[in-house]
Design a protein around this ligand. Structure first.
Ligand code: BG6
Length: 487
């Protein structure tokens, strides 16, 4: 069973920052894969736009190289990229100067969906939005797509929203959080809202706590300049982990429509309690004994206090979740690249096996939603240990790895493939609304400010582990423990 491909309408896709890293690694390969699979045809046009001076042929050669490097051509059995290259055009534009915008305008076709993807620094969002509008390139059906980071605090996010909304309406603005395009993240919504099994249990009466982990094994080498101004809180928690928390905690929307879903997510963010200093741990990885660089080796500032790890306990103050904390953690240079949401249920209220087996404690059930690697779902249940000898109990996994349960799905789609096609379809469900982003910053800002004012440094932690010791204590003091990050 191969996934069904529903073709999208003809479009002109303008990629600003076309020669940048994200364009090369993700956006262009994603467009290529969707073309290969037949989701759009040769009536569509992809126009690279950046300050670099190059012509159409040079841009095509550049994209060809990018596809060879990042397009997984072997895995997809594709050697002929020429038909895709034929869709490409190029315009040299500079957000700060007038020149070039007429050339770009001349490439646009009437009565065609226009999508403008801004893979550029946020400081250019306003200028580009304005040029697109004033030069008549953007019309009322156009879509503008912006990458994260969407600001670095509430005030800057508000400014960006104002700059974009001066030229585009909210339903033309697509703020990307690529976590929302991940298969399992969407599956979380299917799991919760297309099954009757979970909803009666999905609350503080039955759930003891939830752990959300986004662990990475890589460090910040190569992006230290950006990262040091950001840190794990801005880079991961305010957006990716916040989205995972929202989708886990939100009320069922009445429909799977953009605003119904986003209204519910916004309510979760608005219900978050401020996080006090004793409920948060930040860390910074140190050099390893094997000679791997420390965080500070790449930060560009030997005294930097920027965190490469955060763990925190978060309370969602509403009827559903009062008394059920959410523990979040994310960090660089940890033992493995492993992301999951683990829902820990409460223990059964009474143990009928206690006398028989000297078994005072029954293991609570746990539902684990794995984002990466091995996307899938595991339900940890207690069963009888097979064989004679009485009622010995043991915990076993009901396991569903998507790759095994749904074979023949072919290559796993990159999150960007889905998100870009959603832009063309005009579906904003998997994109962040302006008020959502602002609410997330309003929650994150006080934490970041308190660190800036504090004289405390982040705790240093070993590479290849699970973060600073204090992050373990955050759990231990509540008689809980983090799930192991497995190598
Ligand atoms: C990005 C962050 O948004 O997400 C990176 O800027 C991080 O620091 C990346 O490495 C993680 O994404 P993924 O899809 O590899 O989990």
């Amino acid at each position: 069973m191969v996934s069904r491909v529903i073709p999208v309408d003809t479009f002109d896709f303008v990629l600003f920052g076309a020669t940048g890293d994200l364009a090369k690694r993700k956006i262009l390969p994603s467009l290529f894969h969707r073309f290969q699979i037949g989701q759009f045809d040769d009536s569509c046009r992809i126009i690279g736009a950046s300050r670099s001076q190059m012509d159409q042929a040079a841009f095509r050669a550049y994209v060809h190289d990018a596809l060879k490097e990042f397009g997984q051509l072997e895995a997809t059995g594709t050697s002929d990229v020429q038909p895709f290259l034929e869709l490409l055009d190029y315009a040299s534009v500079d957000a700060k100067v007038e020149n070039g915008w007429n050339d770009l305008n001349a490439l646009m076709r009437p009565d065609t969906i226009r999508a403008f993807y801004l893979s550029v620094a946020p400081s250019l969002f306003g200028d580009i939005a304005s040029r697109l509008k004033t030069s008549g390139i953007a019309d009322k059906n156009s879509r503008i797509v912006v990458e994260k980071p969407f600001g670095h605090d509430l005030a800057s996010a508000q400014k960006l929203n104002t700059a974009l909304r001066a030229h585009f309406t909210e339903n033309q603005i697509y703020r990307i959080d690529h976590y929302l395009g991940k298969e399992t993240v969407q599956n979380l919504m299917a799991l919760r809202f297309a099954n009757n099994l979970w909803e009666p249990l999905w609350n503080s009466h039955h759930i003891d706590h939830v752990q959300i982990t986004v662990a990475e094994s890589i460090g910040v080498a190569g992006r230290g300049g950006y990262y040091d101004k950001s840190g794990a809180m801005r880079d991961m928690v305010q957006n990716h982990l916040m989205q995972l928390l929202c989708l886990t905690a939100m009320e069922p929307p009445s429909k799977f429509t953009p605003n119904a879903v986003r209204d519910e997510k916004l309510k979760v963010i608005s219900a978050l309690e401020p996080v006090s200093a004793d409920n948060i741990v930040r860390g910074q990885y140190r050099a390893s004994s094997a000679g791997d660089d420390s965080y500070l080796d790449h930060a560009g500032d030997p005294t930097s206090r920027t965190e490469s790890f955060v763990a925190m306990k978060v309370d969602v103050s509403n009827w559903r979740w009062a008394g059920t904390p959410f523990y979040l953690r994310t960090g660089k240079c940890l033992r493995a690249r492993e992301s999951e949401i683990a829902v820990h249920f409460r223990k059964p209220p009474h143990n009928i096996f206690a006398d028989d087996q000297d078994q005072d404690e029954l293991e609570p059930n746990m539902l684990i939603i794995r984002l990466q690697p091995d996307e899938g779902i595991t339900l940890r249940t207690t069963i009888k240990d097979p064989g004679p000898g009485g009622m010995r109990l043991t915990a076993a996994n009901l396991d569903m790895t998507f790759a095994e349960s749904l074979p023949d799905q072919g290559r796993t789609q990159d999150a960007y493939e889905r998100l870009i096609m959603d832009v063309i379809r005009g579906n904003q469900t998997l994109f962040m609304r302006g008020d959502e982003v602002e609410a997330a910053w309003a929650w994150a800002d006080p934490i970041i400010h308190s660190w800036a004012e504090s004289s405390q440094k982040p705790q240093s932690y070993d590479q290849g582990g699970s973060g600073p010791d204090d992050s373990l204590l955050l759990m231990h003091r509540d008689n809980r423990r983090w799930r192991t990050i497995k190598a």
